[in-house]
Design a protein around this ligand. Structure first.
Ligand code: SAM
Length: 420
């Protein structure tokens, strides 16, 4: 059904087609489990998951079963809650305080600030002498610029202090699926025996664009590296039309004709023009649309390409994404379905036994499966670990000093910050 953007045939998505064991991982901020969906087929075994949202947990359990999902606030977790022998820990932590649409409180915010208890846990694992060999963070690209870069620098500093080398990577879901979803990933690897690390190259590329290079240059004291990633797949091979469900004309999710007419009549000229282009058969006759409040009125704004806009968690009507379908010869409008959200996130066969609203909540907030799979496959491939470029510039750094408190032991124990 789908034109894949991955090099070669599309990666397996079912856990039935599992590769040789790669390692054991824990997913924090697990949501509905799309990190797990992404990397289990690479051979990674999920041994722990945590999230605070019962409705996300419900979808996770329906997909993966009840083995080890711990429902609760990460502030109440400690290393004693984790199984031993973790090779990778992942955190696609909340973006609200980092995104342009949010309040820009940054990592001092209540939501995105949950990165700190996560890093306390990673630190606790290191203090215990069981450091995961890899850590993966994911968030919106605003993470790079939040508070003038001070937030990301503070996170990298914390990782450096516990002996991780760090690669900052930009990956967009559009390289894999017809969804614009630019994201910043922090891929960190444990520096074996305090060994040397190599300075990052300074050339911009698609995965390390100029903004990342500028950030690295401005924080030359941090252990930035370029992990040996191949070029990412070509741009946007998928088309929106390929993920659409074929809903019958009498499905109640289609808006009534008069509502469609009223919205189109209120559109700005540029958006009405886009509707006309779809009616003329351009861009497969379909586009996605957000509703926005402009000058006290609700207007529809269509994308000018064959992609969906970035999926979000619906918190109020304005963040739901709609389909404008002009293939029947007149515009029809409906919200994208939960299944369409799942396909846009690359989770085509994920079971959806909840209503569309809950499914949009789960998938809107999730990661793009193929983006995470591509990244983990290449960044954390166990063989060879951390192949770094620019070897001539490598240098040793002193072993990390640990000015912090003993590791916390488990749930309910109050966690004081390990670093001031
Ligand atoms: C960006 S979403 C991650 C989605 C997930 N990677 C997925 O694929 O579904 C962030 C998640 O953090 C969870 N979260 C927010 N605050 C939390 C807290 N204090 N403790 C644990 N989880 C939290 C939210 O419920 C949400 O599922």
């Amino acid at each position: 059904m789908f034109e894949t953007a991955e090099e070669g045939p599309e990666e397996p998505t079912s856990t039935a087609a599992v590769a040789a064991p790669a390692g054991r991982f824990a997913e924090f901020f697990a949501g509905i489990g799309l990190v797990r969906e992404a990397i289990e087929p690479l051979g990674w075994k999920c041994v722990f998951a945590n999230d605070i949202a019962p409705r996300k947990q419900e979808m996770y359990l329906r997909r993966f079963g009840d083995e080890h999902f711990l429902l609760g606030d990460i502030h109440n977790l400690g290393v004693g809650d984790l199984p031993p022998g973790l090779d990778l820990v992942t955190a696609s932590f909340p973006c609200i305080d980092l995104s342009l649409a949010g309040n820009r409180a940054g990592l001092a915010g209540r939501h995105s600030g949950t990165i700190w208890p996560f890093l306390d846990i990673v630190t606790g694992l290191c203090v215990r002498g069981t450091p995961p060999s890899a850590v993966l963070l994911e968030n919106v690209t605003g993470f790079l610029t939040s508070r003038g870069g001070a937030d990301l620098a503070a996170v990298c500093r914390r990782l450096a202090a516990i002996d991780y080398i760090v690669d900052l990577l930009f990956v967009d879901a559009r390289w894999f699926r017809p969804q614009s979803r630019p994201r910043l990933f922090v891929a960190a690897q444990q520096r074996e025996s305090g060994g040397p690390w190599c300075r990052a190259d300074s050339e911009p590329s698609r995965v390390r664009p100029a903004a990342i290079r500028r950030f690295e240059a401005a924080h030359a004291e941090l252990p930035f590296v370029d992990l040996a990633l191949p070029s990412p797949p070509a741009e946007a091979l998928g088309r929106l039309v390929s993920v659409l469900e074929d809903l019958p004309p009498n499905d109640s999710r289609w808006w009534p004709e008069d509502r469609v007419d009223a919205l189109v009549a209120e559109m700005a000229p540029q958006n009405r023009q886009r509707v006309n282009e779809l009616l003329a058969g351009e861009r497969d006759g379909v586009a996605t649309m957000f509703r926005r409040r402009r000058n006290g009125r609700t207007v529809g704004e269509l994308r000018p390409d064959r992609l969906a806009g970035c999926l979000r968690t619906p918190q109020g009507g304005s963040s739901v994404q709609f389909l404008v379908d002009c293939r029947p010869g007149a515009p029809r409008i409906r919200p994208l379905t939960g299944r369409e959200y799942a396909r846009l996130q690359g989770a085509d066969s994920f079971p959806i036994e909840v209503n569309d609203r809950q499914a949009r909540l789960g998938f809107g907030d999730a990661v793009c499966v193929q983006a995470v799979r591509w990244l983990v496959k290449h960044a954390f491939d166990p063989e060879p670990r951390a192949v770094l470029n620019a070897p001539e510039s490598s240098r040793a750094t002193p072993p990390a000093q640990f000015p912090y408190a003993p590791p916390t032991t488990g749930r309910g124990e109050s966690q004081r910050p390990l670093f001031d």
